[in-house]
Design a protein around this ligand. Structure first.
Ligand code: GRF
Length: 226
């Protein structure tokens, strides 16, 4: 679905969640967010997609839907400051007021994190703080869960802070680990849950129902009639 670009914006568009999605890979969570918007389950728009990898599926998904798509890699810039300045300028250009990391394999710098306090989410395919941190991404997470012999794993959507995978959780959901699971079967079961909970967590923000009290993220009740 083509999305509104900056010129000709209405005030109502500026008030709602304008999400920039950062993704390094295939982009199935981006797709799930877009589908939730299409189906009226998420009151937001994806105003830009940024990837550090030129070949990321997420960039193709964005282009197909005519969402502004950017390949921005630190390697294209002489230093962190100039990279951050470009990222912030892209975010501002699209009136971004929220960031969703969806399989983005780079750590955001403190400059970016501070520009969007409590307005950046990440999704992690395990129950943090277990199986998180450096090197814990993609199949590594599910391999480690199986190697430990866990009976449950899950999904964490959390607020991004300056420390990797350490911000307070917004939603956590358990996923059963079966005796005959392989990293692939487990990843697929976890991914189905990711696709449900990421739009849900974003919708809490869209509805203004999120209160951050230290490490506790409180979700206020939905208004009457919803
Ligand atoms: C997901 O498993 C997510 O939890 C993790 O990276 C993966 C991204 O998958 N952070 P996709 O690109 O959204 O399909």
């Amino acid at each position: 679905m083509p999305q509104r670009s900056s010129p000709g914006k209405k005030d109502s568009d500026l008030a709602k969640l304008r999400i920039a999605v950062f993704a390094s890979g295939r982009g199935s969570n981006l797709e799930a967010i877009l589908r939730a918007i299409d189906r009226g389950r998420l009151d937001a728009c994806v105003c830009a997609v940024i990837s550090n990898r030129a070949t990321a599926g997420a960039l193709q998904i964005a282009s197909r839907r005519r969402i502004p798509a950017y390949h921005l890699s630190q390697k294209q810039f002489p230093d962190q400051e100039s990279f951050d300045a470009e990222v912030l300028s892209v975010l501002r250009k699209h009136d971004t007021n929220f960031i969703a990391l969806a399989g983005y394999l780079k750590k955001l710098s403190p400059t970016i994190v501070r520009a969007y306090p409590n307005r950046i989410l990440n999704i992690h395919p395990a129950l943090l703080p277990a199986f998180g941190g450096k090197g814990m991404y993609g199949h590594h997470v599910h391999e480690a869960v199986l190697a430990y012999g866990c009976k449950v794993t899950g999904v964490t959507v959390h607020i991004v802070t300056e420390e990797y995978d350490a911000g307070p959780p917004v939603i956590q959901r358990c996923v059963e680990v079966r005796d005959d699971d392989t990293p692939e079967t487990l990843a697929a079961r976890v991914l189905r849950v990711e696709h449900r909970v990421y739009p849900q967590a974003l919708q809490y923000f869209a509805e203004g129902r999120v209160r951050v009290e230290g490490r506790l993220v409180r979700i206020l009740p939905a208004p009457e009639g919803r």
